[in-house]
Write a new protein. Sequence first.
Length: 387
Amino acid sequence: MGGVVAGAAVLLASAYFARQVVLPTSRRVEDLPIRRVFRDSNDSLLIELPASARTTVPGRYSIWFANGAGHACIGEIVATDDGAGPAPAGTVTRLVERVDSGDLTSAKAGIWSGYVYPTPDPLGLPFHDVVIPVKNGSAPAWQFSPNATPKGDSGMWAIHIHGLGGTKPGALRGVPVANRLGYTSLVVSFRNDGEAPASADGRYHLGQSEWHDVEAAVSYAMDHGASRIVLFGWSLGGTIALQLTLKSQFRDRIAGLVLDAPVVDWTSTLMANARSSKLPRWSADLGLQILKSPRLRWITGLETPLNLKALDWVGRTDELRLPVLVIHSEKDRSTPFAVSRRFVDRHPDLATMVTFPSVEHTQEWNVDPEGWDSAVFEWLRNRVASV
C-alpha cells in the first residue's frame, strides 16, 4: 500500500510541475513590506524596506503596489542598517526616482520588480499605440519613432519581445539604446500574455507557437518601412527570437539578435528550476515526459505536445546564421547561465557574451543600466550595422 501511495504522490508532483510550466501565471502577491516612505532634508523622496538579497543590489528597480495600480521607480541605496539597531531583520533605504501612479506614502506592501517603465511615458520618447493582426484577433504593441536616423539606415527596426509571464513593459528597457541607434522600435505582445488574444488551449508553448505572433509583428514592420530587423528577446523572448531566425518567412531580413537571459534550452532550464524547487530528478523527468506526450495532454491542457528537442538551441547551434549578443548573469537562478555559456562557446564566430553582477532573472539592465546600454550600443554598431 505504501508503494502505491508513494507512486501516486510522485505522479501528482510531476503532473503539477508539468501544468505549472505551461499555465499562465496569476497576479503576484505583494509580499515586500514597505516600512516607511519619507522625505529627507533635501526634500528627496526615500523608501525604507527590509534588507534582502534583492533590495540591497545596486541599480534601478521598481515597486508595484495597490494591487498593481501603483508604480514607483526605485534608485540608489542611501543607507543600510545591518540589524544591530531597532530593526532586527535589517533595513535598506533607497531613493524614489519617480512615482508613476498611486500614493506610495500610504502603501504598506508591494512587489519588487525589474520593470522600471510601467508604460512608455517615462521614457520621454515619441510613440503611439498600434495593433498587430494575429490569429484570433489583434495584439497591442507600442511603436517608437527614432529621434534621429543615421544616414543609410532608415529601414532598421528593433522588435522587443518580453518573457514568460511578462508583459510589454518588461521589454521597454531595450528601447532607449535602439532609439540612440536610430532604430524604429516595436514593443509587442503575444498569445497568453494577458494582452494579446489567447491561444485555443490558453497555455504557454515555450516559443513553439508564440513565434507566429511575433512574426506578425515583423510583417507589420516590413509593411511600414522596415528593411532589416534586430530582435531584442528577454528570457522566453530569446527562444521566440531564435525560432524566427529559422521559421519566419522574413528570416532573411533579420540582421541580429540581442538576447537577455535567454532560454536557449528548455529541458536544462526546466530541470534546473525543478532542482531549485527540491523536486526529485526522476519526478521532474516524468514531468517533462508529460509535456511531450500526445496521450497525456489532458494533464497539461496543451492542444499540442511540446517538442523540447526542437527548443534546444545548444544542440542546434550549427543552425545559427546570425550575430547574437547574449547578456546574462552568472547568478541567475531561473535560467542557468551555464547553458548560455555553452551556447556562446559553440559559436564564437557569431555569438558574444556579456555578463553582469545581477541576482535576479532578466535584471542585468537594472543592476547597471548605463553598462547594459553601452554594451548593446557598441555591439550593434560594430556587428550589425555592417551586415
